[in-house]
Write a protein that binds this ligand. Structure first.
Ligand code: HAM
Length: 414
């Protein structure tokens, strides 16, 4: 888990603003669900064969009355629950929802992998058309383009459905069985639990071994094959570059048909900035009516790491426009009052804090260190004459302005 300090918030503000802007342009509306849900939702939603359960990644708390609750390890299950419980299926379908918030996974920490990370999550609920899959992918693509990323890799696969996936898994298991002796212990264990996960094995020699493995694309049922063909046709029509990767399997059980990820180089082993796909059976699995869905989650922490890696600048920090300095007598009260007037007029204002009298030199040094454009000087003379001395911090000439004209004078300088 990490602290986010002001210097990093420039990046956070930019990526959050870009996420919201992109989601809004595509017609998504914001929804937020609680950070804690009943554990049962995730058991039925993401599935007990998913990494969250197998690798014991969830932060689960047993309450006094034996109710088991869990810090959300992802958004999708909670968003689909909210869709069902709040009757969003009665609105015009599909419904497009986005969220931005913290996600918790007890993973082994490493570069780009945190136990609390922030996701920008998008879901389209109530639609089977591959054009919906393309839309969520385009939100991801456009966001990368808008932020100025170069050389990202768009990975795409179809994982089939409840009809064709099991047949493929058997073919894959048979293939892996023939090569059992060449598999590392961890992959033999994966093969026992979920052979698909052997496909994304990083063990040495697996690239060569898997080169001959059966491809899911050759084993899709007609419905999944048609969906994949249409999806690719749409991406081609939009001139979107992508790589078909038959080894792209995701760590959550609910995916059917489309899965995709966006990878960035140079941010360590955890290269996926976006990951998502279609999950048509999820709503039923958690007790709702059949509702197709497709979406993605984007790790904003990783997006920021990748921005820094590529030398992409965030918006400059907001520097105060002015700092009001004051020197004894009743000037402090006037300085505090004046600062409020300037802020009401939209001017970013600091006021010098001081118990008792504080030297001119010390206040000017602070104004300089804070990078303000103007120091406003209020001494007893200025107070009596209802004026302010304005000193440009870039070395320009000091001028005296009537207090009543100060706001309009400063506005002409912005
Ligand atoms: P996910 O691939 O597990 O998918 O996570 C989505 C994204 O969250 C990843 O691509 C990555 O950028 C980020 N992420 C995941 N774990 C961490 C971590 N420990 N530290 C930093 N970033 C992380 C899901 O969560 C699905 N619910 C996405 C989805 C939405 N599928 C359909 N709709």
């Amino acid at each position: 888990m990490q602290d986010i300090l002001p210097a990093d918030y420039r990046y956070w503000d930019l990526v959050i603003e870009t996420s919201r802007d992109m989601a809004t342009r595509f017609g998504f509306e914001r929804v937020e669900v609680p950070i804690i849900e009943f554990t049962d939702l995730f058991e039925r939603g993401v599935g007990t064969a998913s990494d969250f359960f197998v690798q014991k990644e969830m932060y689960t708390i047993l309450e006094d009355d034996d109710t088991s609750i869990t810090l959300r390890p992802e958004y999708t299950a909670g968003v689909v629950r909210a869709y069902i419980e709040n009757g969003l299926m009665n609105e015009t379908q599909p419904v497009k929802l986005y969220s931005i918030g913290p996600i918790f996974r007890r993973e082994r920490p490493q570069a780009g992998r945190y136990r609390q990370h922030t996701q920008f999550n998008c879901e389209i609920l109530g639609e089977t058309d591959p054009a919906a899959d393309v839309e969520v992918m385009m939100v991801a693509m456009n966001m990368c383009r808008e932020l100025g990323f170069r050389g990202l890799s768009f990975q795409l696969n179809s994982t089939g459905c409840r009809q064709c996936k099991p047949l493929y898994v058997e073919k894959l298991r048979a293939f892996l069985d023939q090569h059992r002796d060449e598999l590392a212990e961890i992959d033999r264990e994966r093969m026992r639990r979920n052979p698909l996960r052997v496909l994304d094995s990083k063990e040495p020699g697996m690239d060569r071994l898997l080169a001959d493995a059966p491809h899911i694309a050759d084993h899709l049922c007609d419905d999944c094959a048609d969906h994949f063909v249409e999806l690719r046709g749409l991406l081609d029509a939009l001139d979107v570059p992508y790589a078909i990767n038959f080894r792209l399997v995701r760590g959550i059980d609910y995916y059917v048909k489309t899965v995709f990820e966006v990878w960035a180089q140079g941010i360590g082993a955890q290269a996926a900035l976006f990951g998502g796909g279609r999950y048509d059976g999820l709503a039923e699995a958690i007790g709702g009516p059949p509702t197709p869905g497709v979406g993605f989650g984007c790790g904003l922490d990783r997006v920021i790491l990748a921005m820094k890696e590529q030398g992409i600048e965030a918006t400059p920090a907001v520097r105060p426009d002015v700092m009001v300095t004051h020197f004894g007598g009743g000037t402090k009260v006037e300085a505090v009052r004046l600062a409020m007037e300037l802020r009401d007029a939209g001017i970013v204002t600091w006021v010098a804090f001081a118990r008792g009298k504080r030297s001119m030199k010390s206040q000017m040094r602070e104004a300089h260190n804070r990078g303000v454009r103007y120091a406003l000087i209020l001494g007893e003379d200025e107070l009596t004459n209802h004026v302010v001395a304005v000193r440009p911090m870039d070395g320009g000439e000091q001028v005296t302005i009537a207090q009543e004209n100060l706001v309009s004078w400063l506005h002409t300088k912005q």
